[in-house]
Design a protein around this ligand. Structure first.
Ligand code: SAH
Length: 269
């Protein structure tokens, strides 16, 4: 369906392979874990070095890709600062790191992708997170979106259904000092009941409908950003708000393509 959309309207995040990256999709995540968590004292760069690496490419990413050009401009300073700071390449398997700052999604193994930088920024901006808010992310993937959120508020909870991705994201986040992020293995369709309610919920995989447990776990006045639509079809990126009486309104932000929300066993309940 991608060809039916104006390029400026459709942000392909996954699904159709990105040109030049398809062969890299099989890359496993293990080398990243080895690099980051058991690299050994001699080989492991210190944390300040990790954050300064490839800073210039991050600046180019922020000051070109996030500037609009036929799409919503990213103007929220907290989002821009987070995108400038977080070393996106370290969330990507080494074989694919060359592509870390391109305006595309990048494979992270297990058929999943780290979102295009613009989509991460757009979703974070729409979510309107402020310091002190409690945020739930469904679909940890690489852990990059969770790190961006953790730059804004210390109360970030993220849930992933694929165990190797969950383990890797936890290792990367800990290595980079994002130990305040609570990473959980399970089916995010059910949210995380014991930590609810949340001020904000961000879903980074496409659901067929807004999962009722997620809407229930949103505080009155809360916001959710979620792609809704069939697997590997054009989906609508929705901003959902819950009013003080528990009523729902939603607004379409963009047409997008996300990997599907996988229905698990309900273990995340
Ligand atoms: N936010 C991620 C990108 C995630 S890609 C990042 O910053 O890298 C979507 C992720 O959602 C994949 O890792 C996929 O395994 C996960 N996912 C799919 N269905 C899920 C479910 N029911 N619960 C939790 N995670 C799910």
């Amino acid at each position: 369906m991608a060809h039916l959309q104006r390029p400026s309207q459709l942000r392909i995040r996954c699904g159709s392979p990105v040109a030049g990256l398809a062969l890299l999709a099989a890359a496993t995540f293990l080398p990243a874990v080895l690099f980051l968590s058991v690299g050994g004292a001699a080989a492991r760069p210190d944390i300040a070095e990790m954050f300064s690496e490839r800073r210039q490419e991050r600046e180019t990413m922020v000051f070109t890709q996030l500037k609009g050009h036929f799409r919503t401009e990213i103007a929220d300073k907290v989002v821009i600062d987070a995108m400038l700071k977080v070393p996106r390449h370290l969330f990507i398997p080494p074989a694919n790191r060359a592509f870390a700052y391109y305006d595309t999604p990048v494979p992270i193994g297990h058929g999943q992708t780290i979102s295009q930088p613009y989509i991460v920024a757009l979703m974070t901006q729409a979510l309107d997170v402020r310091p002190g808010m409690k945020v739930l992310e469904v679909g940890t993937g690489s852990g990059y979106q969770a790190a961006i959120l953790a730059e804004i508020t210390p109360h970030v909870f993220t849930i992933e259904i694929i165990e190797p991705l969950y383990k890797n994201a936890q290792a990367v986040l800990t290595t980079l000092g994002y130990s305040s992020v609570a990473v959980r293995l399970g089916d995010g369709y059910y949210g995380i009941q014991e930590y609810s309610p949340f001020d904000r919920i961000i879903v980074t995989c496409a659901a067929l409908h807004i999962p009722p447990p997620l809407f229930e776990q949103l505080k009155p006045g809360g916001k959710m950003v979620i792609p809704v639509g069939g697997p590997f079809e054009t989906q609508r990126l929705l901003l959902v708000t819950k009013d003080q009486e528990g009523g729902r309104t939603s607004k379409t932000l963009e047409l997008v393509r996300f990997v599907p929300l996988i229905r698990g066993t309900g273990e995340g309940r």
